[in-house]
Design a protein around this ligand. Structure first.
Ligand code: SAH
Length: 236
């Protein structure tokens, strides 16, 4: 008897919390927050690619975070998405996408789907997006959400991204959103001639690296800003 009362109370607390956050969410002007985020966090730091800015002004980022964090969805920091993983800070999403110089015609590979937010941004900036997530529940959740929001050009695969997606290679652009200690060779191979890859590399200290493959297949590497990503797992 006591246990069932306790369980009922617990269920109510959890339920009420969820209902509350939904109710509160209904009063939040997310569109206003989105525009503010783009102006204050992204344009002000130098990102100017119109495709990226347009995508980030329209994608409902609040749907990609855990309900408890909905009111913080447009803040200037990463947020937990469960399973020890995070959705990146909006500016980092914008910066990495801009570096890829997408014109809407590309086939893009993303490693580390996470919440699916970065994939949604890519979906509005490129033609086709292939994205791989190693944590199965996150993978399934992202696939469902992206389908619900009609991002029909995004293909989600559950598995280890270290080997890339050989059946769909080559890719005009590759973006990695978890940090490996070194650049996985399969990803370099799957980058098209004339393609660009952005990837955080390092164990404790990480830097974003931009790799460009020219038309002869020669690769050039450029070290960009210091970052902090969750580690890339798998690769065995
Ligand atoms: N791009 C995401 C954020 C990524 S967090 C977003 O927009 O929300 C990094 C993600 O990479 C995590 O979800 C983690 O589970 C995943 N990951 C780590 N190692 C991986 C691997 N080897 N292959 C695929 N995904 C991996």
């Amino acid at each position: 008897m006591r246990i069932s009362v306790l369980l009922l109370t617990l269920a109510c607390i959890i339920n009420c919390k969820e209902n509350m956050s939904k109710k509160q969410a209904a009063h939040i002007d997310f569109e206003h927050k989105r525009h503010n985020m783009v102006a204050k966090q992204i344009i002000s730091r130098g990102v100017s690619d119109n495709r990226v800015l347009k995508a980030m002004r329209s994608i409902p980022r609040e749907k990609f975070v855990l309900p408890a964090y909905m009111d913080q969805a447009y803040e200037d920091y990463p947020l937990p998405i469960g399973y020890g993983q995070t959705i990146s800070q909006p500016y980092i999403v914008a910066y990495m996408t801009e570096v890829l110089q997408l014109d809407g015609t590309e086939k893009v590979l993303e490693i580390g789907t996470g919440s699916g937010y970065q994939a949604a941004v890519l979906s509005e900036c490129a033609a086709q997006v292939f994205t791989i997530e190693i944590v199965e529940p996150l993978c399934n959740q992202a696939r469902e959400l992206l389908a619900d929001l009609n991002y029909d050009n995004v293909h989600v695969r559950c598995g280890d991204g270290f080997q890339g997606w050989p059946e769909e290679a080559p890719f005009d652009a590759i973006i990695v959103t978890a940090a490996p200690p070194d650049i996985p060779p399969a990803l370099m191979e799957q980058l098209a001639h004339g393609g660009r890859m952005i990837i955080p590399v390092g164990k404790y200290i990480q830097h974003l690296k931009l790799l460009t493959k020219d038309m002869t297949g020669m690769i050039a590497e450029e070290k960009l800003i210091a970052v902090r990503f969750v580690p890339m797992t798998g690769g065995k």
